[in-house]
Structure formats: C-alpha cells, structure tokens
Design a protein around this ligand. Structure first.
Ligand code: NAD
Ligand code: USQ
Length: 382
C-alpha cells in the first residue's frame, strides 16, 4: 500500500515507518521536525543519540535496501497537506503528527493555545485535503485512551449503547480528558466523526494508551536506526521515565499515592496495530474507534516492577511519592475494553522482566546523556 506516516520522525512514527517499509509498503514520512525544536526549547534531549531524519532514512536504505521518502512539512500549512494528497494519492494516512505531551500543554496559556492550534488545525487540514483530493484515503489517526478519563463504569471502544427514558441509541462514549493536550484529541475525534458523517470519509481513531519500550525488530538492525527515548518530566512517560531514573540511580518519581491506573502497550505493538488498521480499512463514512493498549497498570505497580528488575541488575532504587503536579483521580475504577485489535490479529508483547531488563541496559549505556535537572516535574496543573 501507499502509506503516509505523518510524524514519522517521532517516538511512535519512526519505528512505524520502518516496520511498514520492511513489510513492503511504499512509505512517505511527513514531519516538520518540531519535536526536535521543542527539545531545544526545553533544554532536553533523547537518551539515545538519534540521527537527523535524512541520515536515519539513508541508513535504512543501506541496511534494508528499501527507500522511505521524506517530506519536511507542517500539517498546519494547507498547501503542504493538499499537495501531499494531490501528488501521492495515499491509500492510508497515518497521523501521529501532533504535540503529544500533557505537561507541555499545561505550561501556560500560550502553550495550551499552541497545542490546540497545532493539533486541531493539522487534523482539520488533513480532513479537508482527503475530502478534496483523495476521498478514498483511509485516515488512521492517533487518539488517546486519556480522552475517556477514568469513569466509574467500563470504558467501551468509542461508542456506548444507552437506554434513556425508554429509548435506545449508540452514542459516542463520554469524554473526560485530564489535560489541555488530551482535550485536543477529543476535539480531533469530534471533527473526524463529523467529517465521516457528512463527507463519507473512512477513518480509524486509535485511542492509544501510554507507550513504553524503545526498540523494534527494525530499529535493532543498526545503531543508526535507534528510536528516541524521552525521560524529562515534560515528554517522558511513566514507565520509560522510571527505567531511566533507575539507570541513573534516581528515586522513581511516582506522583501521589500511585494508584492512578492507565492502559499501556509496548512500542512493538504500536507498529503492529498501525499495520492492522491500514490493512483492514474502515468503510466509507465509517468512524471506527479501537482502544489501542494491551495491559492496565497503576503507576505504583510499574515503579515496583522497575525497582525489582534494577535490583536484579545490582542497582537499588527507592520509590519516592512526590506531591502530584497534576490534578487526577486516585483509587478509581478502571476497566477498558480492547478487543477490536485483538480480534483483527494483534498478539500482544506483554510487560516482562526480560523486556524491562533490555531497555534498562540501553538506558544504562547512555546515562552520560541524561540531564538530571530535567527529571523532577516543574509544570503543575493549578
Ligand atoms: P513525538 O512527539 O515523539 O512525535 C510526534 C512527531 O510529529 C514529531 O516528530 C513532530 O516533529 C511531528 N509533528 C508534530 N506536529 C507536527 C505538525 N504540525 N506537522 C508535521 N509534523 C508534526 O510523539 P509520539 O510519542 O511519537 O506520539 C505520536 C502520536 O501518538 C501523537 O499523536 C500522540 O498523541 C499519540 N500517542 C502517543 C503515546 C505515547 O505514549 N507516546 C500514547 C498515546 C498516543
Ligand atoms: N506519572 C507518575 N510519575 C511520572 C510520570 C507520570 O506517577 O514520573 C503518572 C501520571 O501522573 C499519570 C500516569 O503516570 O497518572 C501517566 O502519565 P504519563 O506522563 O506517562 O502519560 P500521559 O500524560 O497520560 O501521556 C502519555 C503520552 C500521551 C498519550 C497518553 C496516553 O505522552 O501522548 O496520549 O500517554 S493515555 O495516558 O492513555 O492518555
């Protein structure tokens, strides 16, 4: 298939582009490299030394013999987006290209607005360009499990059957997101659902949980293909942060009592989920939602797993319960459905000590790149 991977220079996008290319798909990466600019803004960096995008893609060609095309472009620029659809006529457009950090969106008013502008405007441009230039293209859009929040009922996959005053309907599942970033994903979902309904666009909204891990089969082929690995308190995510904290002998930073529970998945499953979505497109006019995670954990459980694996490797780390910089629920009910992707053939890589050990060793080999001052959170929700 001809597939565009928007955001293909990022943590999820890069290994996905390699995986799809390895599988024989014709892949074009579109990215404006803003994530690298944000590293400069925050004084941050990837723990792994990632090469510039052109060099990564050249290394891939050398290693695999396969070519990935690159367009340096911004999805908020409509001429760029329209040109992509006109020229390439992709069968699938995989859309990772958003600002994805909850703390980043909560820094101040300007960051909240820029987060909304980038994410909502980019997705609107993609929807209009599909309508105008490639109406059969399947939009595969990365949403987030965080759109639902933590309701006191089971979380369904996008839709819920409701009986109200004797009448029934299948309605969008209620959304209670926990940051301005997570809100942008809700707005995207609404806009995509509307576009499917009025224009007959085909779309799959992948409500992804927190992604952990680093390497995939393809990134392991050559050090120049290594994936990015965030650890700072703004872009680093829970489990990956704990692994890097263990590597540098830092206390594990559990926020509050650690009972906050979320859906998680291995980066190796992210790439497969994208393949499954692309190869099983939504129908014309269908707005399809898959919950993309494989297991549920509280942050306390994750910290304890990392603590144990670090100890087995000879490093003792403590778990520190920091005052929570966020406003979020503790001791809440959490049970989310995730059967759609399993039914289409996903075979999850579950979280094992072996996996944690592999990633911890990579972190230990790169501790000189970690800036300790970026580990503790400074952005608060209040
Ligand atoms: P990332 O920040 O590492 O990558 C995003 C990429 O998109 C970056 O390379 C960035 O330069 C690019 N980008 C951003 N705005 C753009 C624009 N306007 N035009 C062109 N390129 C742009 O993030 P990630 O971790 O790879 O996440 C990818 C997607 O998956 C995001 O939409 C995110 O919300 C979603 N997601 C991520 C996780 C996770 O744990 N990492 C979990 C759930 C959902
Ligand atoms: N947490 C800690 N300590 C830390 C970091 C996080 O206890 O050092 C806690 C948070 O308070 C939260 C949970 O871990 O309860 C998850 O936080 P996170 O930073 O790992 O994830 P989140 O902010 O939700 O965002 C990440 C990605 C985002 C994606 C989302 C999926 O950055 O792009 O949308 O995971 S989900 O969580 O399902 O919404």
């Amino acid at each position: 298939m001809k597939i565009v991977v928007a955001g293909g220079d990022g943590f999820c996008g890069w290994p996905t582009a390699l995986y799809l290319s390895q599988k024989g798909h014709e892949v074009t990466i579109v990215d404006n490299l803003v994530r690298r600019e944000i590293d400069d803004e925050l004084g941050s960096n990837s723990v792994t030394p990632i090469l510039p995008l052109e060099e990564r893609v050249a290394a891939w060609k050398e290693v695999s013999g396969k070519e990935i095309s690159v367009v340096i472009g911004d999805l908020t620029d409509y001429d760029t987006v329209a040109g992509l659809f006109k020229d390439l006529q992709p069968e699938a457009f995989v859309h990772f290209a958003e600002h994805r950090s909850a703390p980043y969106s909560m820094i101040d008013r300007e960051h909240a607005i820029e987060n909304h502008r980038n994410n909502v405007e980019g997705t609107l441009n993609v929807l209009w360009a599909i309508k105008d230039y490639a109406p059969d293209c399947h939009l595969v859009k990365l949403g987030t499990m965080g759109e639902y929040g933590q309701p006191n009922i089971d979380i369904e996959e996008g839709w819920i059957e409701i009986e109200h005053k004797g009448r029934k309907d299948r309605l969008p599942f209620p959304k209670q997101p926990g940051s301005f970033y997570h809100l942008t994903k809700v707005h995207d979902s609404d806009n995509i659902m509307f576009a499917c309904r009025i224009w007959g666009i085909r779309a799959t909204d992948l409500n992804q949980g927190v992604v952990y891990g680093l390497e995939t089969e393809e990134t392991r082929l050559d050090p120049r293909l290594v994936n990015r690995f965030d650890y700072d308190a703004v872009f680093g995510t829970a489990l990956n942060r704990f692994i890097i904290q263990a590597a540098i002998g830092h206390d594990l930073t559990v926020y509050g009592n650690g009972s906050q529970t979320r859906g998680y998945l291995n980066i190796q499953d992210t790439v497969r989920c994208i393949e499954i979505a692309c190869e099983n497109p939504a129908d014309r006019g269908e707005f399809r939602v898959f919950n993309q995670f494989t297991e549920q954990f509280s942050v306390q459980e994750l910290a304890e797993k990392v603590q144990k694996v670090a100890k087995d490797l000879g490093t003792e780390v403590d778990i520190d319960h920091l005052e929570n910089p966020r406003v979020e629920k503790y001791d809440h009910y959490y049970n989310a459905v995730n059967t759609n992707l399993l039914d289409l053939g996903l075979e999850p890589h579950l979280l094992t000590d072996e996996h944690l050990t592999e990633v911890l060793k990579v972190a230990q080999n790169n501790t000189d790149r970690v800036k300790r001052e970026l580990v503790l959170p400074t952005v608060t929700w209040k």
